[in-house]
Design a protein around this ligand. Structure first.
Ligand code: SF4
Length: 161
């Protein structure tokens, strides 16, 4: 989805978005029931944890480190979900958040590759994907996270929540 902003090579070299510390576990991908079936086809036996009405992937902490790798990450080949990744991973480092009752697209400050890009390039890509991203977020309110301080806003939905 982010062709033209992030290359596959940049993401393959980094994969920071597939690992989390205990403070970042809120940002692990939301798994819908349809996505759960796809995950179980790709990785039979994968376990999930409930978060409100939806699910997250159960992650195991690395020994002696405050670090959790996504269980769908193959450390040599990358994400085993290929093009069928969860919504959050398809739009990373963008995020959909609720800011004062309105859906907005924000940018995670954690992505080192995007941090190097000109802001105009980021704004252009956000404008291109915003209609599809907001459409999917309207259909799946569980994708919309509470606003986090430090996430700059790049677009606002014209429809209220
Ligand atoms: S589902 Fe794939 S892209 Fe998303 S965090 Fe896990 S390994 Fe990374």
């Amino acid at each position: 989805m982010l062709e033209g902003l992030l290359s596959k090579e940049e993401c393959a070299h980094c994969r920071l978005c597939c690992s989390f510390d205990s403070y970042g576990l809120w940002d692990t991908p939301v798994i819908t029931p349809g996505m759960k079936e796809k995950v179980l086809r790709a990785k039979p036996g994968q376990r999930f944890v409930s978060r409100g009405d939806t699910l997250l992937l159960r992650m195991e902490r690395e020994e002696q480190e405050d670090l959790y790798y996504c269980p769908l990450l193959d450390r040599s080949r990358g994400c085993i979900m290929g093009d069928g990744k969860p919504f959050d991973c398809r739009i990373w480092p963008f995020r959909v958040m609720n800011f004062l009752g309105r859906r907005v697209i924000t940018l995670s400050p954690l992505c080192p590759a995007v941090a190097e890009k000109p802001v105009e390039q980021i704004r252009k890509k956000c404008g291109e994907i915003a209609p599809a991203v907001f459409k999917e977020a309207r259909e799946h309110p569980e994708y919309v996270r509470a606003y986090e301080e430090g996430f700059p806003i790049f677009a606002a939905d014209t429809e209220e929540e």
